[in-house]
Design a binder for this molecule. Structure first.
Ligand code: GUN
Length: 291
């Protein structure tokens, strides 16, 4: 079994980006500037946004955190987005999800200037991605492609079962892996909460992307020998033996599934760190597109 080490791989990518940024500085070119909007004080979102801002400074990027209270109105948020859309200092920005319930997520994502949409969530970027045109790829599926590529995991002609059809992970992942691209050309099945006989499908899979958000859902009896496992889930489970009172679990029962797998991502330290590296990659691309 080979561990798909997202921590080491993402550090390599971040180093590659930092070297490019140093060169930009030497050439007297402005360094990339990423902004993140955070609405409210959801614990996980605060952790993710803080990690994104920290990664910017490590890579030599400028970063701005727009921290808004929970009771921010949709109108106020749209105004903040417009400010970032038109601010020439900002190359790219993200609106951290989920948003408070009183705000229409779709309306907000549509308001982001597609040229600064480094999350790749705007319909224009989703459309371009679907048509295989140059665009910002959403960070999680982009990170998974990069991880598979850097570990030389063959996808061409393979059967991939993606469990989950979210706009952020499952749907784009299924589109990208079926496309004619270096890490692609796969036969993809998208499974979801209404799928019948899921085990029949996962037992046929050469590669499984688990992105359904149910801790330790995928068990060893559901996979074949030599399978490749990509675990996107990350859930805090109560654990009194831990100092902080919890442990992090993926959507895969790692201890049993890893015994059958050829490649598997750990949680934490697998897909998670890759997403931040890919956000930086998109921001660098946005900066280059503007210069
Ligand atoms: N929430 C969970 N994943 C993401 C992501 O990739 N981008 C943003 N903006 N919010 C998220």
């Amino acid at each position: 079994m080979i561990l798909l080490d997202g921590k080491t791989t993402s550090n390599q990518i971040k180093e590659e980006i930092a070297i490019e940024v140093l060169q930009l500085k030497k050439d007297g070119i402005r360094v990339p500037h990423l902004a993140a909007i955070l609405v409210g004080s959801d614990g996980a979102s605060m952790t993710y946004v803080t990690a994104k801002v920290k990664a910017c400074s490590k890579a030599g990027f400028e970063s701005t955190l727009v921290d808004l209270p929970e009771n921010t109105t949709e109108e106020q948020l749209l105004k903040e987005i417009e400010t970032l859309n038109t601010n020439p200092e900002i190359d790219g920005f993200i609106v951290q999800l989920p948003l408070p319930k009183h705000i229409d997520e779709q309306k907000v994502l549509m308001a982001v200037n597609p040229d600064k949409d480094v999350d790749g969530f705007h319909p224009i970027n989703v459309g371009k991605m679907t048509l295989d045109l140059p665009s910002f790829l959403p960070a999680t599926p982009f990170g998974i492609l990069e991880l598979l590529e850097r570990y030389n995991v063959e996808t061409s002609g393979k059967h991939v079962v993606v469990i989950g059809r979210s706009h952020i992970v499952g749907r784009p992942m299924s589109i990208l892996l079926s496309q004619k691209r270096t890490t692609g050309n796969a036969t993809v099945t998208v499974a979801h909460s209404r799928t019948q006989n899921l085990k029949e499908l996962t037992l046929q899979a050469d590669i499984i992307v688990a992105a359904l958000g149910i801790p330790e859902f995928l068990t060893a009896d559901m996979v074949k020998e030599e399978v490749t496992i990509i675990d996107v889930g990350i859930t805090r489970l109560k654990d009194d033996t831990k100092k902080n009172g919890y442990r992090l679990a993926g959507d895969v029962h790692f201890d049993s599934v890893s015994k059958k797998a050829a490649f598997i991502t750990p949680v934490p330290g697998g897909v998670g760190p890759m997403t931040i590296a890919m956000l930086l990659k998109n921001t660098l691309l946005a900066a280059k597109n503007r210069s």
